[in-house]
Design a protein around this ligand. Structure first.
Ligand SMILES: Nc1ncnc2c1ncn2[C@@H]1O[C@H](COP(=O)(O)OP(=O)(O)O)[C@@H](O)[C@H]1O
Ligand SMILES: [Mg+2]
Length: 422
């Protein structure tokens, strides 16, 4: 149930005769190209498609603790080298923000702050600035005329809409920070998605590992980009070579481990897929997925059971994409299956083997997008052989393809693997 403002409130519907409406041919409008202002934070600019578009509204959504405030402070520091930035500090006091800003970059004089997140204060301060406004977070901004609490659907929607109107009318760039919860945010930023021009999601393991910035929606550019970051003492640091980062602690030669070639947006990266298959001693079988889709894992186990004739009911299966990254794409199927078979047979796979491909319900291997990009990335980390769907043809130099038509062929790869090699 969503509380709405009564009709006799601010938005009273006047039944006055409509004023004459000006209708203009589309061709008669200026086709002014969007003015893009680079933020100076390289990874963010790439994800945005070159920078922030003046007069646009960007929503940065993520779980608490993922690093939204840190990232926006880095943006503020970088943008303030050129123009004014207004920070709306709704979550933390300006003193706390000052302390954190000093950790992540120079505290520039052109960064102004306000601590009052009531919408009228925010709008009046924002219309007085010529540059960029950062609101951390939209859930703290409130309209005193709406009786529900800050962060409720009606507050978030109304305040978001008024900020978006200001951005369009006055040509101010606004970045809104929005919290989402694990279960998809009840009163969260989802209600803002249609209002804003760009939605960026920031995800990752809060303890360690890669944090990924993705465009979910971008009115001014592609959504096939991704930015990789790592949290450090000095704030978020871009990870240029994600594969090297993910493979740093690999212990080769262990059964149940294989390299998987994944893509995020347009960026390929190689990660280690691990599986551990153990007897469950009569307890109900468990399938535990970490960083991979639990439903896909169940399907792969069922396909192994049904098409390879291997009993799985007396076994627990654990699968993990190492490095705190999510490998939810179908291309992870084949590496998951290989890792499970390798653990089952207690046979290590060749260290220089990489795999990718979807597995169908009949056990067949199917092609996935961006194959060449995956192979080039794999060659870059030293892979010499790739287990891929048999229909794939590739010219990538330095990698020999092992075509997999059916999961049975994957079993042959295990059989021919020389234990202890690599
Ligand atoms: N001194 C520090 N050194 C390294 N990491 C830190 C430090 N202080 C905070 N962090 C990290 O920053 C995270 C908080 O980031 P923050 O930007 O406040 O997240 P959000 O705004 O998304 O809630 C913490 O979870 C922690 O991982
Ligand atoms: Mg925060």
């Amino acid at each position: 149930v969503v509380e709405e403002l009564a009709a006799n409130g601010r938005r009273s519907s006047s039944k006055a005769a409509p004023a004459a409406v000006r209708v203009v041919a589309l061709a008669d409008h200026d086709s002014a190209a969007a003015e893009r202002v680079p933020t100076g934070v390289e990874e963010v600019d790439r994800v945005l498609g070159g920078g922030l578009v003046r007069g646009s509204v960007v929503l940065l959504a993520g779980e608490p603790g993922v690093g939204k405030s840190t990232l926006t402070l880095q943006l503020a520091s970088s943008i303030a080298a050129r123009e004014e930035v207004l920070l709306v500090c709704g979550e933390e006091s300006p003193q706390q923000v000052r302390a954190r800003a000093a950790r992540v970059g120079p505290v520039r004089p052109r960064i102004a702050t306000i601590a009052d997140p009531s919408i009228d204060s925010v709008l009046s301060a924002a219309s007085a600035t010529s540059g960029t406004v950062i609101v951390d977070s939209i859930q703290t901004v409130f309209d005193p005329e709406i009786p529900s609490a800050p962060g409720s659907v009606s507050q978030v929607r109304e305040c978001g809409a008024r900020l978006a109107r200001l951005a369009r009318d006055d040509g101010i760039t606004i970045v809104l920070v929005g919290h989402v919860t694990k279960d998809g945010a009840v009163a969260g930023p989802r209600v803002l998605e249609h209002l804003v021009d760009v939605v960026l999601t920031f995800e990752g393991d809060r303890q360690a590992g890669i944090r990924i910035l993705r465009p979910l929606k971008n009115r001014f550019g592609s959504t096939h980009e991704a930015g990789f970051f790592e949290m450090s003492q000095d704030g978020l640091v871009a990870i240029r070579d994600a594969s090297a980062y993910l493979l740093a602690d690999r212990s080769p030669g262990a059964p149940g481990s294989v390299l998987a070639a994944c893509v995020e947006g347009r960026r390929p990266f190689i990660l280690e897929m691990q599986a551990l298959v153990v007897p469950n001693h009569g307890a109900p079988p468990r399938r535990i997925a970490q960083g991979v889709d639990a439903a896909r894992l169940s399907v792969i186990v069922a396909v192994i059971e049904s098409h390879l004739g291997i009993g799985m009911r007396d076994k627990d299966v654990f699968v993990s994409a190492v490095g705190g990254i999510r490998a939810f794409e179908p291309a992870a199927d084949l590496p998951i299956a290989l890792a499970i078979l390798s653990s089952l047979r207690k046979t290590p796979l060749p260290e220089e083997l990489v795999a990718f491909g979807e597995i169908g319900l009949a056990g067949e291997a199917r092609r996935v997008a961006a194959s060449d990009r995956r192979l080039v990335e794999a060659a870059g980390v030293g892979c010499r052989r790739a287990a891929v769907p048999a229909s794939l043809v590739s010219e990538v130099i330095g990698i020999e393809l092992s075509g997999v038509r059916h999961l049975r062929d994957a079993q042959d790869i295990i059989r021919t693997a020389k234990p202890g090699r690599g």
